[in-house]
Design a protein around this ligand. Structure first.
Ligand code: UGA
Ligand code: MN
Length: 411
């Protein structure tokens, strides 16, 4: 769990600083280490170098055979077609699919007024941690204001989470039933997937966050032959301006726009000149051709369908770049949005992650004599906190500023 909580782009950044002048720097260092007037004569160097070469080759050969050789994240490698086109074959579960929009109004308009708009497929990877449910509730309430949207919520878990399923349905049918007399009926179309990250990648440091989920969502779209509409990767912890949705909705091929609060510059996005994207402002270049954040672009599904090998490889830090390479993006076709990339309509907000809490509270008091039993049980199903008779932080109950034993209230 703690592994999951570390911010991986920052980790990669530390491991993998980009030196634009690295080659020339190496040359300078090299010449300093081996001055031309070295004590060794040329004839004595050659056999020594030869022996050294053979020894190094032998060592490398032995290492190759005994170690699990993995290619580290590199700033200097060219990605093979195989990496770029890593085939999609995720195993995922479809927990629930509700394609119908049960809302009657969105903003001040009846739902049918929006029928002609292209659908936005909003793909959200999510994973179990203490903050998951509050993040999803916040995002759900944003999406409820967006017409013609289908929320693909892909959870990084082997099984379907019944609580999340209930939550999504609450945004759908139950809400309609409960608040049927109100005009602001909710009822978002959604698909709930269980798309666990393969164990192999979970053990990696850094690990590719949210990739299995996005790959599963792409597969889901493909399996249903959905080649109309807009694909957008919206993480569960970002902040979305409603204007973003009307901006990306008319994406013809690939649109791009700035994302606020990214790393050292506090922003990442295209540089636009005369209405054209000419470069990128992002503090982590690392030889990425498309140094953009996941939330900084949208893709038209008809355009994507032209590239049957479109994929997102498990390559930490390079997910966006390699996805955009897999759909053969080129600079000329990028559509700048957000008023020629002058406005920030999406923010890379990050919630502080903390370990799930254990409350020390005697189980004998967690019954229906008070609200506490139900309250703590619900925190437990949400993955936020649990209770224990003898472990964790003592739960202090007070009255008039004084701590009291639970027996005081409940006996
Ligand atoms: C940044 C980018 O904004 C992400 O779009 C990108 O996926 C990520 O880096 C990356 O390059 O891997 P960051 O805030 O560092 O995101 O990462 P998180 O927000 O923790 O994770 C990104 C998404 O993946 C979230 O929606 C999160 O819920 C999900 N995730 C994370 C999982 O599904 N499983 C995990 O184990 C961790
Ligand atoms: Mn995030």
């Amino acid at each position: 769990m703690t592994n999951q909580l570390t911010r991986h782009k920052q980790e990669i950044r530390k491991q993998n600083v980009f030196y634009p002048n690295r080659i020339s720097a190496d040359l300078i260092l090299g010449s300093a280490n081996f001055p031309s007037n070295h004590a060794w004569s040329k004839s004595s160097i050659i056999p020594k170098v030869g022996v050294l070469f053979v020894v190094i080759c032998f060592l490398l050969y032995v290492l190759w055979g005994t170690l699990d050789v993995t290619i580290a994240d590199c700033t200097e490698c060219n990605f093979s077609d195989e990496t770029v086109h890593a085939r999609l074959n995720e195993s995922y579960l479809v927990c629930n699919e509700v394609p119908a929009d049960h809302r009657v109004f969105v903003h001040d308009r009846a739902l049918r007024d929006y029928q002609a708009l292209p659908m936005i497929y909003f793909v959200t990877p999510t994973y179990p941690r203490r903050e998951q449910i509050p993040e999803l509730i916040r995002l759900a309430y944003t999406l409820l204001h967006v017409p013609r949207i289908h929320w693909i919520l892909a959870n990084d878990l082997k099984a379907c989470n019944a609580y999340i399923d209930g939550l999504l349905k609450r945004f759908d049918l139950e809400t309609k039933v409960r608040f049927a007399h109100h005009s602001f009926i909710l009822g978002l179309p959604f698909t709930h997937l269980a798309s666990p990250m393969p164990e192999f990648y979970r053990r990696k440091k850094p690990m590719p966050r949210g990739v299995a989920n996005r790959r599963a969502a792409i597969q889901w779209l493909r399996q249903r032959n959905i080649t109309n509409g807009i694909l957008y990767f919206g993480d569960d912890d970002n902040t979305y301006d409603l204007k973003l949705f009307s901006e990306i909705r008319d994406t013809q091929r690939v649109s791009m726009f700035p994302v606020g609060l990214i790393e050292e510059y506090s922003v990442s996005g295209p540089v636009v000149r005369k209405g054209k994207v000419v470069g990128f402002l992002d503090s982590w270049v690392a030889e990425r051709r498309w140094p953009v954040d996941m939330a900084g672009f949208a893709t038209n599904l008809a355009y994507m369908a032209e590239y049957p090998n479109a994929s997102m490889p498990y390559k930490p830090g390079y997910e966006e770049d390699l996805f955009l390479r897999s759909i053969r993006l080129n600079l000329n076709i990028i559509e700048p949005k957000a008023n020629n990339c002058t406005e920030i309509l999406v923010w890379h907000t990050q919630t502080k992650n903390r370990e799930r809490t254990t409350l020390r509270i005697s189980n004998k008091y967690l019954d229906d004599r008070s609200n506490l039993g139900t309250l703590i049980k619900s925190l437990d199903v949400m993955g936020i906190a649990n209770s224990s008779d003898n472990e964790g932080r003592r739960a202090v109950i007070s009255k008039n500023g004084k701590a009291k034993p639970l027996s005081y209230f409940l006996s």
